[in-house]
Design a protein around this ligand. Structure first.
Ligand code: COA
Length: 154
């Protein structure tokens, strides 16, 4: 496997993206609608320019899923990294780093204004990983920490 091998996923690769996302949620004891449902959703979503997925490794052992949205404070879109996952057996081999670097290169090429990530407070390994790639969890000027609030509506 070449850790630096990263591909942008097409709708035809929706099942591979779905399997890795399902594995991520299963590992985290988080509910998943299951691979068939995720595959169906991703097949439609990946056909638009609002959802992007990347596969890392050959065969794929890591995945990144992003959504793109307009933001009134910027002239160009903002990308949100919804999920980043590398299979446990191959962590620490550079696949996650290669995914992030490819995302940042494509974001720059697409003139994306900012890339945002939500990280849980106890997930200090992921925080260190993102900080090493240039992200910050505090407002750079004021030093204030950002909090993410959500309300799930059924
Ligand atoms: C975070 C993650 C995507 C990094 O992918 P990776 O391929 O292991 O990353 P790389 O090999 O390029 O870099 C290794 C770095 O990842 C971070 N990391 C986070 N969790 C890790 C883990 N369980 N094992 C190894 N590295 C991990 C560390 O910062 C590590 O560097 P360091 O410990 O030497 O400082 C991957 O570890 C993962 O899938 N973790 C579980 C899911 C997760 O936390 N996703 C992010 C949610 S916001």
């Amino acid at each position: 496997m070449t850790p630096s091998s990263v591909q942008r996923a097409t709708p035809a690769e929706a099942a591979t993206v779905a399997k890795l996302l399902h594995d991520f949620n299963t590992e985290c004891d988080t509910e998943s609608p299951g691979i068939p449902v995720l595959t169906e959703r991703l097949t439609a979503m990946l056909a638009t320019d609002r959802t992007l997925a990347y596969l890392g490794g050959d065969p794929a052992r890591g995945v990144a899923l992003l959504t793109s949205r307009p933001n009134v404070w910027y002239a160009t879109p903002v990308w949100l990294l919804d999920d980043l996952y590398v299979e446990p057996e191959v962590r620490g081999e550079g696949i996650g780093g290669a995914l992030i670097e490819r995302i940042l290169a494509d974001a720059s090429a697409a003139r994306v204004a900012a890339v945002e990530i939500l990280v849980d407070a106890p997930d200090v390994d992921a925080q260190r990983f993102y900080e090493r790639h240039g992200f910050h969890g505090v407002e750079p000027v004021t030093g204030e920490r950002a909090y993410y609030y959500a309300l799930e509506l059924s």
